[in-house]
Design a protein around this ligand. Structure first.
Ligand SMILES: [Fe+2]
Ligand SMILES: [Fe+2]
Length: 212
């Protein structure tokens, strides 16, 4: 199904999340360096989650009579679970099975959003409402991409793994999601097949009345 332009930015993020999900699933040791994934998480994926939590789902609830609370609850619950898992990974409490399970959870989550959530949002919003939601998403993504002072002081700087310098699936590319943040998606792994842009039409006007 063709993705609405207003959701291209989030869909593009999903390509990158899937890349890291695959890396996690391919983990070979609990001692694999986790920092590259954590860099991506703190520089990009965690913010993607936040945009969905603070902008996408509330906007869907406000702008559409077809808002599905059970779907939204599933998204929020999975976000919470994965955020907790990342904290455990960061704290060095993660074994090999947990790494692989996190990869599977990330993949399942993205598949659900792409195959069920986003189509439901697209189908439930008329053109004006979708444009309004797209404008809010674009603004939120822009704000997150350029926070005051950047994200340089974030926990991504910390090294949590006891692993040495040996090559591992986690270490591939050594990418850091903060370098291009939300504005530089094209340079991220797996970004080639992603829908481009993410720019949304419309401006931050008064939300259309839904007659509820
Ligand atoms: Fe999500
Ligand atoms: Fe998502």
């Amino acid at each position: 199904m063709k993705r609405a332009a207003e959701l291209h930015g989030l869909s593009h993020d999903h390509h990158q999340v899937l890349h890291w999900a695959l890396e996690l699933k391919r983990s070979e040791s609990a001692d694999d360096p986790a920092q590259p994934f954590l860099d991506f998480w703190h520089g990009h994926a965690g913010e993607h989650f936040r945009v969905e939590e603070e902008v996408l789902l509330p906007g869907w609830a406000q702008l559409s009579d077809s808002f599905d609370e059970s779907m939204a609850t599933r998204v929020l619950g999975e976000h919470l679970a994965m955020r907790a898992e990342v904290l455990r990974l960061e704290a060095g409490e993660f074994g090999l099975d947990a790494r692989r399970a996190l990869g599977k959870a990330l993949e399942r989550h993205v598949r659900f959003e792409e195959r069920e959530l986003f189509p439901a949002i697209e189908a439930g919003l008329d053109e004006a409402a979708l444009a309004e939601l797209g404008a809010r998403l674009a603004q939120a993504e822009g704000e997150l991409g350029q926070p005051p002072g950047g994200r340089a002081a974030g926990p991504a700087e910390r090294t949590i793994s006891s692993a040495g310098s040996r090559k591992s699936p986690f270490d591939r590319g050594g990418t850091n999601g903060r370098s291009d943040a939300r504005s530089g998606r094209s340079s991220r792994p797996g970004s080639g097949a992603a829908p481009g842009g993410g720019s949304a039409p419309g401006s931050r006007s008064t939300p259309p009345k839904r007659g509820r």
